[in-house]
Design a protein around this ligand. Structure first.
Ligand code: NAD
Length: 304
């Protein structure tokens, strides 16, 4: 089955290198019109250059595809979406991919390293996605990818700014999935692994050559295709030929009556239950807790 994207307009942020470049070239090769956004900054988000985006657009056109460049920061997301509208008249698929790293331990973190990473990842995704949202709602179709990371899901030494931002992609994506579904706007979150300049600082060199962005592209391609509407609000780990889904697991836990007998000692006595995942649930809405709260009121007093 060869999935195609003819007639669709795809915006890829940070498409001048690495994963973004691979997405842009793929969608153009399968019939989409592509906006190649890239600020052309360093891995740390310093400097700007039109060269990165221009090189990708040049390659796409040489290969017979259709693409235009946009050089704005994702913090100016409206201008990126405007490029899609003014050149192609629509926007169908948004791949939020741009990113920077400012790796430093929490002890040595400074405001600039913290704020720069939040600005590109969190604010950039917010501004770009919000600019696309009204078009998606109006046309009752939209596909959004947010890019998280294993560092955002599990934490990683020396990446507190990055992991906080990447974890934010999950919360944002889950909410967009819930708000967008009735307009056929589907949002999914990927945690990719690929050997490119961003990972060169955090992965062992012998692993790097086994990984290429090309092994992430097909997974994203499935998640955004118009005929694939079976995933929404999913967190997908992707890379090196591996694809899997991540979900929350909640232990059956301890249920204590909420009155004066709910003491620290009563909690401690139940801590084994808190850690017992034998009858776990897999919550995906905030409403899941309400039933438990009602049940706790009918319990006998706790053992102090
Ligand atoms: P990369 O550095 O090769 O590419 C990122 C691109 O984003 C660069 O071309 C850069 O110029 C551009 N960019 C940076 N700031 C920008 C801004 N403000 N506006 C527009 N463009 C900007 O990185 P990559 O490894 O391809 O990473 C792509 C995404 O995947 C990032 O969000 C990254 O955090 C995420 N990610 C990558 C890996 C991995 O293994 N490579 C793992 C987890 C997550």
């Amino acid at each position: 089955m060869s999935l195609r994207y003819d007639g669709l307009v795809v915006v890829v942020t940070g498409a001048g290198a690495g994963l973004g470049r691979a997405y842009a070239e793929f969608f153009a090769s399968r019939g989409a019109k592509v906006v190649v956004n890239d600020l052309g900054s360093s891995l740390q988000g310093k400097g700007i250059s039109v060269k990165a985006a221009d090189a990708v657009v040049g390659q796409i056109i040489t290969n017979g595809g259709i693409a235009v460049a946009n050089y704005d920061s994702v913090e100016n997301g409206k201008s990126i979406i405007d490029t899609a509208i003014s050149n192609f008249g629509r926007i169908d698929i948004l791949i939020n991919n741009a990113g920077i790293l400012r790796d430093v331990s929490f002890k040595n973190m400074n405001d600039d390293d913290w704020d720069s990473v939040q600005a590109v990842h969190m604010r950039g995704v917010y501004k770009t996605t919000q600019a696309a949202w009204s078009y998606f709602r109006q046309q009752k179709f939209g596909r959004i990818i947010l890019t998280s990371s294993a560092a955002g899901l599990y934490g990683n030494f020396g990446q507190c700014n990055y992991s906080a931002a990447k974890s934010g992609m999950v919360g944002l994506g889950e909410t967009l999935a819930k708000e967008g579904v009735k307009y056929n706007i589907l949002t999914n979150i990927i945690a990719p692994v690929a050997a490119i300049r961003m990972t060169a600082t955090v992965m062992p060199p012998d692993l790097l050559h086994q990984l290429t962005p090309d092994w992430v592209v097909p997974i994203v391609a499935v998640l955004v295709h118009p005929d694939t509407n079976f995933e929404n609000g999913s967190v997908i780990e992707a890379g090196a030929g591996h694809v899997s889904k991540i979900r929350w697991e909640r232990s059956a836990g301890a249920l204590l009556r909420s009155d004066e007998t709910l003491t620290p000692g009563a909690v401690l006595a139940k801590w084994t239950d808190v850690n017992d995942f034998s009858n776990a649930e897999y919550p995906n809405t905030t409403a899941d807790l309400v039933g438990l709260l009602k049940r706790s009121q009918s319990l006998p007093p706790n053992d102090p």
